[in-house]
Design a protein around this ligand. Structure first.
Ligand code: SF4
Length: 341
C-alpha cells in the first residue's frame, strides 16, 4: 500500500469574482523513500493541491480522497489532522520567515515543536534541536541554537526549517518551493542536503516547484500541473528524455542552459489562465503550438502514452520519435553542462 494515495482531489474557492477551480481531479500515489515532484507555473494549482492535504485551505470546497496509511486526511477531524501534521507529515515552505517566528529563538521553536508531539524533557528536546541543527549543517549549532531567526542568513534559515521539519522523523515531507528564495550556490547545497536527509530518514518527499532544474536534481516521479489539472505524469527520466505533453516540452525548453550554443530559449507564449475562467476543451490550447480543432472543445483525458507514462493531450506522440530523442538528448547534455540534469 502506498504511504499516500490521492484520488480525484478537487479544490475550489468561492470568491466575489466567481468560482476559483484551483485543483481539478488530481490523483497520485507516493511510497516511503520516494520523491514526487509537482511542477507547473504559478497558478497551476500545485501549492493548493498539497495545502488541501494539510487542511490549510479554510473556506474551500474540497472533495476526493487522500489516504495516508489508509486514513483519509480530507475527512479527519481538525484535532486528528493536527496530530498527523507535524508528527507524521512535515511541511517546508519557500519563505522560512513565514514559518520561523521572528520573536522566538530558533532552538526554542524546534524544542516546542518536539514537545508539542512527544513526551520528552526540555533538556532532551534541546539536545535533539542541537543535533538537528548540526545535521543540517549549521556551524556551532550548540551556540547558534539560541540565535533569533534574523541572526541567521537566508540559507541558514532554510536549513533551520528543514531541521524543524525533520524533528519528529516524519514519514512524509511536503516542500513547497523550498529553494526559490535562495541564491544558486545555497540552493544547490539545500537540494543536496534534502536528498541526503531524505535517504537517511527514508521519508517520502513531495517537492513543489516551478523549476525543472530542481525536478531534475531531486524527483523520482513527476506530476506536471496546468490550470488545476495533471497534464503529464511519469518518471523523471521519461519526462526529460521523452516528454509527451506540449506544456512539459515548453517547460523544458524554457530552462536556462537547455538551449544549444547560439540558440535562444523558447519561453512558453502567453500566460497561464485565470482559474476563474479556464479555457474550454484543453486548457492549454490558447498557448499550444500544436492546437487542433478538437482541442478547443474536448477535454483530453490523462491517458497512457507509454509504460508508466500518462499525458492529457490528443497528440498520439510528440517528442517521442527519433527526432524527439535526439532533441531530448541534446537538451540533457546541455543541462548537464549548464546546471540542471
Ligand atoms: Fe495542445 Fe491539443 Fe494537446 Fe492540448 S490537447 S496540449 S491543445 S495538442
Amino acid at each position: 500500500m502506498p504511504l499516500l494515495e490521492v484520488r480525484d482531489l478537487t479544490v475550489s474557492f468561492h470568491t466575489t469574482d466567481g468560482l476559483v477551480q484551483a485543483v481539478r481531479g488530481v490523483s497520485f500515489d507516493i511510497d516511503k523513500g520516494h520523491t514526487l515532484g509537482i511542477v507547473g507555473e504559478s497558478g497551476s494549482g500545485k501549492t493548493v493541491c498539497t495545502q488541501a492535504l494539510l487542511g490549510l485551505t479554510p473556506g474551500a470546497d474540497v472533495s476526493g480522497e487522500a489516504l495516508f496509511e489508509g486514513r483519509d486526511l480530507l475527512r479527519m477531524r481538525r484535532s486528528q489532522l493536527r496530530a498527523v501534521r507535524g508528527a507524521r507529515i512535515a511541511a517546508i515552505f519557500q519563505d522560512p520567515l513565514s514559518s520561523l517566528h521572528p520573536l522566538y529563538r530558533v532552538g526554542w521553536q524546534i524544542i516546542e515543536m518536539i514537545r508539542a508531539h512527544q513526551r520528552v524533557s526540555r533538556p532532551a528536546a534541546r539536545a535533539r534541536a542541537i543535533e538537528l541543527l548540526s545535521l543540517v549543517g549549521i556551524p556551532q549549532a550548540a551556540s547558534r541554537v539560541d540565535d533569533y531567526p534574523h541572526q541567521f542568513s537566508g540559507g541558514m534559515r532554510q536549513r533551520a526549517m528543514i531541521a524543524m521539519a525533520l524533528a519528529l522523523n516524519p514519514d512524509l515531507i511536503i516542500a513547497d518551493e523550498p529553494t526559490t528564495a535562495l541564491d544558486a550556490t545555497v540552493q544547490a547545497q539545500v537540494i543536496e542536503l534534502m536528498g541526503r536527509l531524505q535517504e537517511e530518514f527514508d521519508s517520502a518527499l513531495i517537492i513543489i516547484t516551478h523549476d525543472m532544474g530542481v525536478i531534475a536534481e531531486m524527483a523520482d516521479e513527476v506530476l506536471v500541473m496546468y490550470a488545476g489539472k495533471a497534464v503529464e505524469h511519469t518518471d523523471r527520466r521519461t519526462l526529460f528524455y521523452s516528454p509527451h505533453h506540449p506544456y512539459t516540452v515548453g517547460l523544458l525548453e524554457s530552462i536556462p542552459g537547455s538551449a544549444g550554443a547560439g540558440e535562444r530559449l523558447r519561453p512558453i507564449v502567453g500566460q497561464p489562465p485565470s482559474l476563474i475562467s479556464i479555457p474550454s476543451g484543453c486548457a492549454f490550447h490558447p498557448r499550444c503550438r500544436y492546437v487542433m480543432d478538437r482541442c478547443r472543445t474536448e477535454i483530453p483525458p490523462l491517458a497512457t502514452v507509454g509504460r508508466d507514462h500518462r499525458s492529457a493531450c490528443f497528440l498520439p506522440s510528440l517528442l517521442q520519435g527519433v527526432a524527439g530523442q535526439v532533441e531530448a538528448e541534446r537538451r540533457q547534455t546541455a543541462l548537464a553542462h549548464g546546471g540542471a540534469p
